[in-house]
Design a binder for this molecule. Sequence first.
Ligand code: PLP
Length: 406
Amino acid sequence: MQPEVTRQNFDQWMVPTYAPASFVPVRAEGSTLWDQQGNRYIDFAGGIAVNALGHAHPDLQQALQQQAARLWHTGNGYTNEPILRLAKQLIDATFADRVFFCNSGAEANEAALKLARKAAHDVVGEQKSGIVAFKNAFHGRTLFTVSAGGQPAYSQDFAPLPGGIQHAVYNDLASAAALINDQTCAVIVEPILGEGGVIPAEPAFLRGLRELCDKHQALLIFDEVQSGVGRTGSLYAYMHYGVTPDVLTSAKALGGGFPIGAMLTTEKWGSVLGPGTHGTTYGGNPLAGAVGGKVFSLINRPDMLAGVALRHQWFMDGLNDINQRLQVFSDIRGLGLLIGCVLKEDYSGKAKWFNQAAAREGLMILIAGASVVRFAPSLIISEQEVKEGLVRFEKACRAVMRGSGL
Ligand SMILES: *Cc1c(COP(=O)(O)O)cnc(C)c1O
């Protein structure tokens, strides 16, 4: 007999790193989800930009089940067919010639930063070790990646932190130029600041970083953990901007809900990580390869990417209508299906209230910092689900405005 479990058990048994919603989801289909009590929710959160094909997609179920009946794990002493196929798909579709697989976004960034350090040390020497990152950026929770991230609140309690990392101001090329020099081995940047408030990069900012990296022989790393795999309406956001990095990290949507991360790079830089220099037990396992391969083949299609642009418009139209009536947002921004609503002064710091009010209306949303409401739904969310979700969202906004907050 399995024990009965409830939301209260979380507070008793789990290390309290999270404060999850008051309900416990048990089942989902498409962008609709049910909790233990059978209440129904519309999903505008998409598992934080992960469930790009919604929940329980039949083709993904099939890919996972077929692989589950064949081969789960062999370790890195052996390769396997599903992961090789996914590597080829990624290489054919992007600038990359080489792929390293791991299990999460943080691990992909960890690999990218280690690659950059080793490449610089191999060619120039240990003095070339500087990493330039950005304030309010998010790159994961390992000590190296959380230090590269630009939110001291997430890293300061874990000092001493890895050294050699400096933070410039996002979308401020001059502030980056002031920090990038011949001792810099890498610049790491999100093409859209995700957790940091859903702020798309200015095209000139990314172009300028590319030039600075070329000038100082530093690797340009794009963290596309959130912006990748169709999220912006391009396969990867770098394609939207027309600026090609040396290293790109992908995770989240790449597995559609199955854990997988990948670091993509060129022949030249990939060769730096020779046998024994880096690794992870589960990275590139057949289950992740099978699911990732199916996700990738479904998303890397013109009709799928065009569908993201269409849905972007549904959201923008609906959110602008709501804002006309309620005057609650000062800006509605983002690319594709990564959308942020910036709360007006009166509601500044209260994004959490909107999140909790939405849950009470049967809608799952996200926040990005204290003052931005974020949506990262499935790339195939239906028009009906978008309409219904936006009705619920307006009700939630009205509830917050009435003052029935936390
Ligand atoms: C989520 C995220 C990460 C971390 O990914 P994990 O899988 O949680 O380790 C890194 N970078 C960006 C931009 C992210 O959005």
